[in-house]
Each structure stands twice: as structure tokens, then as C-alpha cells.
Design a protein around this ligand. Structure first.
Ligand code: BES
Ligand code: ZN
Ligand code: ZN
Length: 494
């Protein structure tokens, strides 16, 4: 489906669509043929090579391609991975509209772009692969996705590009897996069914799997998690995935919030806030997909993935505001708002994974608070940690993958706001402000002295409007970010 070819004699390649990136103020192609074609395109009034522009030529002379699409990248100095990713995503969407089934992308001449050769190929392949995905489980898309993608690179880098593209394909497939889980409606991913789907995919990659059902969760005293599941007639599940490579020197735990539908519970959400709450398991989807990707890539780091899966519903058996429960850690929690449920299932999961596996570090991913979306908008995740190095490396991975993260504070004195008169801790504060921070501080109470990082993905996990390389629904946010970060982390030591 994806091939790397040599850019030698591009003009002799018979393809339906040849895609040529064009820079506004520089020549970025080495092939002798390109300047001529690009010149022709640029001589038209409607195309200058500016970012967002494109133009299609039908059977231009000099090439055997049936059509040639020029895609504008803007000014040379402004080109980075994301510009290329978006341009390729847009090009693919245009091809889909035109019912093209195969496209050949010309990789621009590397030395003209400051980002370096790997970043260029990586970004272009990602934009094309991710942009080509359409969710078709319930309705045939208007136009089919492309069947074949090819990328033309200089003859002497074909081998390297082939190896690199194999890795990128695996990471993109992981991202699409997470997107697919998130876009699936809640009636088809209730905890038991979702658990089975996770386990089936994980077993294919030889991950070790374990599922704790309602009886096991009760026996082990997951009081906070069970309090969230109490209102639903679907029982909770906890899925544990393990990637155990022989050469690992450190263990990392990844925890993902898996609320398959968040109605708010007795603190029922209003209309307008309910419709997209099938996405409240995006943390679990990203963690599971990352584990599967790590296994496929044979990452040399031991990973434990913990996925607490629950449905948060109101009913006669639901937890009431004011109820007090005993968490797995033994700490008692006053649940004053049943809509602050993510932190309850994460609290038990964090305690469990720390106690059971003694990991070197724990990272959790969660669509945790609307307050984080208020603070950072819909495209940037909030990252909370007392470990500066972990934060910095994650933020750097966010810049590279454009799954951006912004460091948020964990002020010790705000912990006072979570004090309860009747229990060890309360699951909300009485205040309107700082909700992303106090949610993170709540979690910190269940991390003991383990290095820990919390990523609030409530904003970027889901899009209501399509973007250059993502359709409406789950974005798969976290998979590319964590894969890049894990690759770096595996080579460092804690
Ligand atoms: N799942 C929501 C957070 C959320 C909001 C995710 C918007 C994605 C988009 C979470 O469980 C929640 O309801 N949080 C409450 C907490 C409040 C009751 C303290 C919130 O953010 O309003
Ligand atoms: Zn909620
Ligand atoms: Zn939630």
C-alpha cells in the first residue's frame, strides 16, 4: 500500500497523480524536470506556492502521470514538519475527492530545508497516511480512500527511506487504531466489549494480557473505580497489558482513562456537553495503541499498560453526591461530584500499578477536565509533573510530532482545596477556578513517591471539524507523542 521509489526518472512513472510540493521563494527539487514544471505552475495567477494553495495539471507534457498536483508550502524559512504534514494531508483529501486511487509524492530536495531529511519524509508520510483514513464502519464514505501511496526519494537514500517508512507506517497504524476506538459509539464499546477488543489486538502482538472483571475488582477493593461504574448496568473491567522485552533495563507504567461514556452520573451533564462523551476513553485508546505499537517496534523498554474501563451513568444504583468510598490505596474519598469520575478510576489504577509493579515511572493520559480546555484550548495538552526532565523530553516530543504539550503547575498549597471534613480527600474543590490543576493534584495523592507525569488530553483528543489530516472524531492524540518519547526514554535511564 505504501512504497518508496527512486526519484530517478520521475517523468517516466505512470501514475494517476503525481504530487509535487512547491515552495514560494525557493527551488526545493533536485530532479532536472521539476524546475520546468514548477515554473509552469507558478506562472499561473492562482498559484504562487503559498501555504494552503494547490493546483492540478492534467497530463502536462514531459511526464507520464495522468495528473500533477502542486501543493504550496509557503516560504522556505517557515517550512517545518507540520507544514509538510498538513500539505500532504490536504493533497490526499483532494485526491480522495477526485477518486484518485494512487498517488506518487515527490520528496523535496532535503538540503534546502533546515529540518533535516528524516523529518521531511516522516511528516509527509504521516500527513498522507493519516489523511487517507476514513471511518467506514456504518456508512460508505462518499469517495474511497486511496489504495496506493508512493514516495520518491533520491536513489542513494531509498534504502534508508524504506526502513524509516516501515517505522512511520507502524506508528500511524497505531494512531488510526486509537482513532477507530474513540470514534466507535458507546453502545458498541461498553467496558466488557471494549476490553475484549483491546485484548484481541494486544494478543496479536504478543503482549501479555490480564483482565480484572467485576468480581476481581471487588475482591481487590477497587472502591473508587467501582463507585464510578455503580450506576451502569455494564460492569467495569481493568485491562492490564505488558510488553516485556528481554533487553529492558527499566519499567514504565502507562495508565489511560477509559470512561466509555461519561454522562456525568447523578451530576448529569447538560445537553451540549453529552454528545461527544463517547470520547472519554481516548486516554485508554492512546495507551493501548501505544503499547501495541511499542510491541510491533520491539521497543527495548518494559511497559505496563493499565486501562480502567467504566461507563459513568445515573440510575438507582449510581453513586450519590456526598457518598464516601474507600479507594484501593485505603484513602477514603468524598465524592461530591459524580462527573469528576476520571480521577477516581485513575486514582485506583495508579495505586494498583505502583503497588503491583513498582515501575520506575508512571505516565497517565486522560480526557480529565474541561478546565484544561479552557486553559490551553482544543489543540494543546496540559502536562503536570514534578520531574522536569520527563516534562522537557515530553514537550520536545510534542514539538516534533505536533502533539503539543504545555507544562502546568502543581502548587502544593492548592491541595488544601481538596480537603474534606469527613473523608481523607474530596474529589472536587468548592471553587470554579483551576480545575485542571486541582484534578492533577488529586491524582498526585495516589502516586506515592513514584516519578509521575499526567497528561490532560481533554482538548486535543477529539475534533468536531475535520482538519488537514484528521476527520471528525478521535485524533489518536498521544500515540505519536508517546512513541517518540518512549524511543528517547528507552535510551536514557531514570
Ligand atoms: N470527561 C470530562 C472532561 C472533559 C470535558 C473531557 C470536555 C473532554 C471534553 C470529565 O470527567 C469531567 O466531567 N470533568 C468535570 C470536572 C468537574 C465536575 C470538577 C469538568 O471538567 O467539568
Ligand atoms: Zn465527568
Ligand atoms: Zn470524564
Amino acid at each position: 500500500m505504501l512504497t518508496i521509489v527512486s526519484s530517478f526518472e520521475i517523468e517516466k512513472k505512470q501514475v494517476e497523480m503525481l504530487v509535487i510540493p512547491v515552495c514560494e521563494d525557493a527551488d526545493i527539487h533536485s530532479s532536472a524536470l521539476m524546475p520546468e514544471l514548477v515554473h509552469q505552475a507558478k506562472s499561473l495567477k492562482e498559484f504562487s506556492g503559498a501555504d494552503n494553495e494547490d493546483i492540478v495539471f492534467y497530463a502536462p507534457s514531459g511526464v507520464l502521470a495522468a495528473q500533477v498536483m502542486f501543493i504550496g508550502l509557503g516560504k522556505k524559512d517557515k517550512i517545518d514538519g507540520e507544514v509538510l504534514r498538513r500539505a500532504c494531508g490536504r493533497a490526499i483529501k483532494k485526491c480522495i475527492q477526485k477518486e484518485i486511487s494512487e498517488a506518487l509524492f515527490v520528496i523535496p530536495f532535503i538540503e534546502f530545508i533546515h529540518t533535516g531529511p528524516d523529518v521531511i519524509l516522516e511528516a509527509m508520510v504521516e500527513g498522507a497516511l493519516l489523511g487517507n483514513y476514513q471511518f467506514d464502519q456504518f456508512k460508505k464514505p462518499k469517495h474511497p480512500s486511496l489504495l496506493k501511496l508512493a514516495f520518491a526519494v533520491p536513489e542513494d537514500s531509498v534504502q534508508h527511506a524504506r526502513l524509516l517508512s516501515q517505522k512511520i507506517i507502524i506508528i500511524c497504524e497505531g494512531t488510526l487504531l486509537a482513532r477507530e476506538w474513540v470514534i466507535t459509539p458507546s453502545n458498541l464499546k461498553r467496558p466488557e466489549q471494549f476490553a475484549r477488543s483491546l485484548v484481541r489486538m494486544a494478543e496479536k502482538e504478543n503482549l501479555k494480557t490480564e483482565v480484572l472483571d467485576h468480581t476481581a475488582l471487588k475482591k481487590k477493593k477497587f472502591g473508587a473505580l467501582l463507585a464510578v461504574a455503580a450506576g451502569s448496568d455494564a460492569n467495569a473491567r481493568m485491562v492490564i497489558l505488558e510488553h516485556n522485552p528481554d533487553n529492558a533495563t527499566q519499567t514504565l507504567a502507562l495508565v489511560g482513562k477509559g470512561v466509555t461514556f461519561d454522562s456525568g452520573g447523578i451530576n448529569l451533564k447538560p445537553q451540549g456537553s453529552l454528545e461527544d462523551m463517547k470520547m472519554d476513553m481516548a486516554g485508554a485508546a492512546a495507551v493501548a495503541a501505544t503499547m501495541i505499537t511499542a510491541a510491533r517496534l520491539r521497543m527495548p523498554i518494559r511497559l505496563i499498560g493499565v486501562l480502567p474501563l467504566v461507563e459513568n451513568m445515573p440510575s438507582g444504583s449510581a453513586t450519590r453526591p456526598g457518598d464516601i468510598v474507600k479507594s484501593f490505596s485505603g484513602k477514603t474519598i468524598e465524592i461530591n461530584n459524580t462527573d469528576a469520575e476520571g480521577r477516581l478510576i485513575l486514582a485506583d489504577s495508579l495505586s494498583y500499578v505502583i503497588q503491583t509493579y513498582q515501575p520506575d515511572a508512571v505516565v497517565d493520559l486522560a480526557t480529565l477536565t474541561g478546565a484544561c480546555v479552557v486553559a490551553l484550548g482544543e489543540r494543546i495538552a496540559g502536562v503536570f509533573s514534578l520531574d522536569d526532565r520527563m516534562c522537557e523530553t515530553l514537550i520536545a516530543s510534542g514539538e516534533k510530532t505536533f502533539e503539543r504539550c504545555w507544562k502546568m503547575p502543581l502548587p502544593e498549597d492548592y491541595k488544601d482545596l481538596l480537603k474534606s471534613e469527613v473523608a481523607d480527600i474530596c474529589n472536587i474543590t468548592g471553587l470554579k477556578w483551576g480545575g485542571a490543576i486541582t484534578a492533577a493534584l488529586f491524582l498526585s495523592e495516589f502516586t506515592e513517591n513514584t516519578r509521575w507525569m499526567h497528561i490532560d488530553i481533554a482538548g486535543p483528543a477529539y475534533v468536531k471539524k475535520e482538519t488537514a489530516y484528521c476527520g471528525v472524531g478521535g485524533t489518536g492524540f498521544g500515540v505519536r507523542l508517546l512513541c517518540d518519547w518512549l524511543e528517547k526514554t528507552a535510551s536514557l535511564s531514570f
